[in-house]
Ligand binder design. Structure first.
Ligand code: NI
Length: 172
């Protein structure tokens, strides 16, 4: 079950984040909407109801979740860049995934969100200075601070994590 939940393992950032780590992460973020589109473009509506594991989200929920999660992430980056170590607002991702726009809607709207959002997100990341990448935010549930460099890696992982889930769901 853990393999299905975490098909690429959990996020384990390098001890020291290099320029090439960051470049790789940014390109993953940049390419993600295209990857999701490629994976889903030839699927029938019924395929979107497939889950990647028993009790897991459907393919449809996975795509909408990525839009929800990455909209929140983009806002966190902007807050951290413009405020002094802001406390970000967590959200109940499991409950968001049960709302009508996530359970019932075609995925096209979220593909469009991801497309525009990731162009801006990758552009922003590519143009941050070293000191901007070291800016931090506080996550109240984890009770500690995270740098934007660490967080870029986390969301690159998040992209690949859910792409792997989508692959599993399609094969099911
Ligand atoms: Ni997620």
């Amino acid at each position: 079950m853990d393999h299905l939940k975490y098909p690429i393992g959990k996020y384990s950032p390098p001890e020291n984040i290099s320029k090439s780590d960051l470049d790789g992460w940014i390109s993953t973020i940049e390419n993600f909407p295209g990857e999701v589109k490629r994976k889903t473009e030839n699927l029938a509506e019924a395929d979107l109801q497939k889950t990647y594991r028993p009790g897991g989200w459907t393919l449809r929920q996975l795509v909408h979740h990525c839009a929800d999660s990455h909209m929140n992430a983009f806002i966190r980056f902007k807050l951290a860049l413009t405020e002094d170590c802001p406390t970000i607002k967590p959200y109940e991702e499991a409950l968001w995934a049960e709302l009508p726009d996530t359970v019932e809607m075609p995925i096209n709207a979220s593909l469009q969100i991801l497309e525009g959002l990731h162009v801006r997100w990758a552009f922003l990341l590519e143009n941050l200075t070293e000191s901007q990448l070291q800016r931090q935010y506080t996550h109240p549930e984890h009770g500690k601070n995270f740098t934007l460099a660490f967080t870029a890696g986390m969301y690159s992982w998040h992209c690949n994590h859910h792409l792997a889930h989508m692959g599993l769901a399609i094969e099911n």
